[in-house]
Ligand binder design. Structure first.
Ligand code: FES
Length: 402
């Protein structure tokens, strides 16, 4: 078994093996609190700086009523703004990605912004009396870049700067040449699943289900799999392939054709690694490529699973083949997980559901729940408070905990 240099925090000998109560997966009032306390105040990955290689290139990111545009300016600097015109709030760019030639022109009435977000001018400016252009630039969104990946945060929150937060991942992201990655020229994948976002995380946060639920992954790395728990909501899962050929077409050919990547350190050469970030982000690296995926809540019972796929800028035919085979395996795994999420989520409406009873191999799930409980202690209640008192009750419990 290859040694992975990161040391895992130990799992307690005794711990409460239950999960969140079922009501937490269906409450609109709790969902509204999650919006404020979990999603808008924690870092979200939105893409890679190579998604916007040229001045005027942009990508967008929407989350729970907030919307951002990430754009490279004429000076080569990547910035994030609210995608919201200062005149009447229209989206200044529409779509997932695009290019503005020299300026951003709002499609509603034609206000023009420079690529750095400053207001160049209103259309028919004399009709506004005196208009202070400096006061009407696009509003910036907090943004940081980590080995090429772009993170934004809509509101200040409890997490530190992204470089500090993800410092344990820095050596591996550098080894994978994260900064050089380029997007794969296919549409970003996206699927809307009729489940609460936590049901998706509950499946993804543990490897206990892999032997039964993911035959291809089990063939690929079998028992040579481990979870590494790090402080501040970081979690690495790693599986090593190559000790047996595999029966399925994708696994057999992947193991056979995956080229040796000499630039990688030994612990990453035959590894599939997953680097998690609370509350909803995973970076998945194989020796040939990378992707990130995240679960974006749309409603208490509706979640968008989406992500972006990247490759090394110069890849030969064998690397491309290995990446294709890896994506085939990954596509099957994702479909299998989606079904498990649906079953788990719907079970919580059943009169027979009495909560989870978790294995040590599901400690990652429990850690995620604990992270949520710290932000929203109302989740410790076995019965839901009335919806119209949820926020007040949570504030009271936070006050008692502090
Ligand atoms: S809303 Fe943008 S110009 Fe009017």
């Amino acid at each position: 078994m290859t040694e992975f240099p990161m040391l895992s925090q130990p799992i307690p000998n005794e711990w409460e093996r239950n999960g969140l109560p079922g009501w937490c997966y269906h409450s609109q009032a709790l969902f509204d609190l999650e919006r404020q306390k979990v999603f808008l105040t924690h870092w979200q990955v939105v893409g890679h700086e190579n998604d916007v290689p040229a001045p005027g290139d942009w990508i967008t990111f929407d989350l729970l009523g907030e919307r951002a545009v990430i754009m490279r300016g004429q000076d080569g600097v990547v910035r994030a703004f609210h995608n919201l015109c200062r005149h009447r709030g229209a989206r200044v760019v529409d779509g997932e990605a695009g290019h503005c030639k020299g300026a951003i022109v709002c499609p509603f009435h034609g206000w023009v912004y420079n690529l750095d977000g400053s207001l160049r001018g209103a259309s028919q400016p004399a009709t506004f009396g005196t208009l202070d252009r400096k006061a009407f630039g696009l509003k910036p969104v907090e943004m940081e870049i980590f080995h090429g990946f772009v993170f934004i945060r809509f509101h200040p929150g409890p997490q530190p700067a992204i470089a500090d937060l993800l410092a344990p991942y820095a050596a591996d992201f550098a080894a994978y040449r994260g900064k050089d990655l380029v997007p794969v020229a296919t549409p970003d994948w996206s699927v809307d699943l009729p489940v609460n976002w936590k049901s998706v995380r509950d499946v993804d946060n543990e490897g206990y289900h892999v032997p039964l639920a993911h035959p291809s992954l089990q063939e690929l790395y079998g028992r040579d799999y481990r979870d590494i728990y790090l402080p501040r909501g970081l979690h690495v899962s790693v599986g090593y392939f190559g000790d047996k050929p595999g029966r399925s077409w994708s696994v057999r050919n992947y193991v056979k054709h995956a080229p040796r990547q000499d630039h990688l350190p030994p612990h990453l050469q035959r590894a599939w690694t997953y680097y998690g970030l609370f509350p909803n982000i995973v970076f998945a690296f194989t020796p040939e490529g990378a992707q990130f995926y995240h679960d974006l809540p749309l409603a208490p019972g509706l979640t968008r699973l989406t992500g972006k796929v990247y490759r090394q800028p110069h890849e030969d035919r064998q690397q491309r083949l290995a990446r294709y085979l890896a994506m085939r395996i990954d596509r099957d795994t994702s479909a299998e997980d989606q079904q498990l999420s649906i079953w788990s989520n719907e079970s919580m409406k059943s009169s027979a559901f009495e909560g989870f009873h978790l294995s040590d191999l599901e400690w990652g799930l429990r850690r995620h729940h604990d992270g949520l409980r710290r932000l929203l202690p109302v989740m410790t209640l076995t019965a839901p408070p009335p919806e119209d008192t949820m926020a007040k009750r949570n504030a009271e419990m936070l006050g008692q905990n502090n």
